[in-house]
Design a protein around this ligand. Sequence first.
Ligand code: GLN
Length: 503
Amino acid sequence: MSDILNLSALGLRDAIAAGEVSAAEATRDYLDAIEAMDKKVCAYNEIFAERAMGRAEEIDKKRSAGKTLGALAGVPVAVKDNICTSFGRTSCSSKILENFHAPYDATVAGKLESAGAIILGKTNMDEFAMGSSTENSAFNATRNPWDTSHVPGGSSGGSAAAVAARMCAAAVGSDTGGSIRQPAAFCGVVGLKPTYGRVSRYGLVAFGSSLDQIGPLARDVADSALLLGAIAGHDTHDSTSIDRPVPEYLASLDKPVEKLRVGLVKEFHSESLDDEIRAAVDKAVKIYRDAGAEIIEVSLPHSRVDTDEGGQLSSYAVACYYLVATAEASSNLARYDGVHYGHRTADKVGDIIELYSRSRAEGFGDEVKRRIMLGTYALSSGYYDAYYLKALKVRRLIKNDFDKAFENCDVLLCPVAPETAFKIGEKTADPLTMYLSDIYTISVNLAGIPGVSIPAGLSESGLPLAVQLLGNVFAEETLLRAARMYEMASGITRLTPEIVKEN
Ligand code: GLN
């Protein structure tokens, strides 16, 4: 592995600014790494080699001319394939958008490029971000770089795997119910879901509009702060983005949080949790306590995880999410009708209705169809009150629990997922088991608060472990500082899988 690939995004940015490395060299090294490794990992749907090299050369020229460089000048990054770019395709890993070329850049893609980042390519995902393993991609299943017989998590599995395998310096993904944090946990990288409204969703292909949020996947906490600073901010193109100043996340990172109050979520620390994950959370408690933080037990009754006699997990949050998210998805995905966008059936059809139904039947995968049907049912007259409206009320109760918890705590500590990365194919036959992968991440989206997944070492079988920290709305600064405290004290950072070392 070249020394360049070993640098963090921040380290690389500084090395480029100092003239120690050129942006072209860095981009070339990353493209070579992709060439060597992506056959095994399948993290990318599309690579923009030529364009990336061209952009890198422009950055180098700018530097030689003494011009001011952006916060990410020359840093090669990857973008999830549901974030529109005016170049290449934006497929959402779906057949229905297989050849879709977006006519514009998502605000986040534009912001990355104006900060000088080099977009290497678009990463694989579960179709329309629906899934937890990246196996629902219409194209390829991405593999976990720590063990290629395991999933990388999802739906931003391509972005997480690309960061872990050093096939980009950092990446962006989207999180509707855990899709940044859970794959980050499975791949041993840092994944941050910002507060709803912190980052513009303009140009993010909508799944559950009241839950979706774009955020960074990075090798360490400082890189996450760097990326968040570059993509956050108000956007007049997204009416749900909030007009609030963007703090200097990176500059404040090492300011210790005085008298940090860490809430340990009682309901998530239950018997049903995998032993090694519970031990990782316990170790984090010790780390914070040793650093002088106060540990407070908090309760989130409406996010609680129950276990039935057969050992099956359940939670109101999961039930609530799968009504709200599917209802919104059924409405958002109505636009893929074979007329406006993407795939249109080649069959001879009798009328417009048949054109719609054939195109949609051919274009959508099974999980997406399942969600459209569930969501349409939950919104249909006669069932709306019993399902959708009820779910909205439960959502409010979940949010109230968080509001109460944050009266006494600065951050909350809990697991990210109930287990480490599972095997490819292990959960594909049972959607409910797959849905339960998000049992600890989903309530965060329902409440609109920020959450970050931080690596916590490796399990006995050599797979990444992680812990999750949650913050109050717009408290990303505190959240990142608390994450940094853990990272520094644990010494667990920039974990490197064997596959990279062999390369
Ligand atoms: N795994 C969850 C789902 O399938 C969350 C996905 C996401 O956050 N995009 O809906």
